[in-house]
Design a protein around this ligand. Sequence first.
Ligand code: ATP
Length: 283
Amino acid sequence: MTTITLPAYAKLNLTLDILGRRADGYHDLCMVMQSISLHDDVTVTLTDADSIVCRCGMLPGDDSNLAVKAAKAFFTETGIVPRGLLIDIEKRIPMQAGMAGGSTDAAAVMHALRALLAPELTTQKLEAIGAQVGSDVPYCVRGGTVLAERRGEKLTTLNAAPRFRVVVCKPDFSISTPVLFNHSDSVALLDHPDTDGMLHAIEERDVLGISARVFNVFEQVLTDEQTEVFDIKDQLITLGASATAMTGSGSAVFGLFTESGQAQLAFHNLRQHYQQTYLAEFI
Ligand code: ATP
């Protein structure tokens, strides 16, 4: 086998809490993450060249691409002799959305390289390599319903959450992650998610309990220019969502639905105003 294509799934934050700032400048986080069916397609092909070529839509395929970083980290950390690679990424996940689009491509590249070159490597080892590529990469390697702590590298797999339908809508503006973290350091964060309650609700597969605890601490520090996030949340609730939140550092907003007909209606409604609107489900 010299080529493999894998789906690279997007993630949502069902909860996002900031526990504090660390001495190394990063933040200690506590997040319940969920994979959804919206995905990029990542094809990795072994070639006879002595370089890595990456084609990724409009994005540069150089070392700034997380997929390339992941391939290089894979070879360095496993000691496997580097191979020529062609990495083709068909992007569907919106960028700068808080959906880990780059991190999930990186994770898919590592899964592909394991399948092609080192099937004996453990997932734990892949996650450890992923932690060097980006904070969200270990989670993307694992996927599913997961509690992510510290910078995001301490992972605990949870029972699979019930299969909510999801409508994701990304407004035209993006939000800078470092600016958002700085802003959250400078104000008192009054509200925090009930993470323990969320973990219990997931354990019990309690749809209402999960919906009641969807919460992102970053929503408290959005600026007046970013209030469209709340407009979209309001629209999703009016259209029948059982819960809404911004995911990660935004700017995408999602609504959870228990009825697929309602989710479809909400998708078509929001799509009229927002080009980057997606219909998906938990996986
Ligand atoms: P996160 O939820 O991890 O914060 P995000 O959705 O906010 O992710 P991404 O879209 O994953 O952000 O990527 C942010 C930046 O990373 C992009 O602006 C892009 O320049 C860079 N990047 C590098 N590699 C990729 C990739 N393969 N796909 C998307 N973005 C990438």
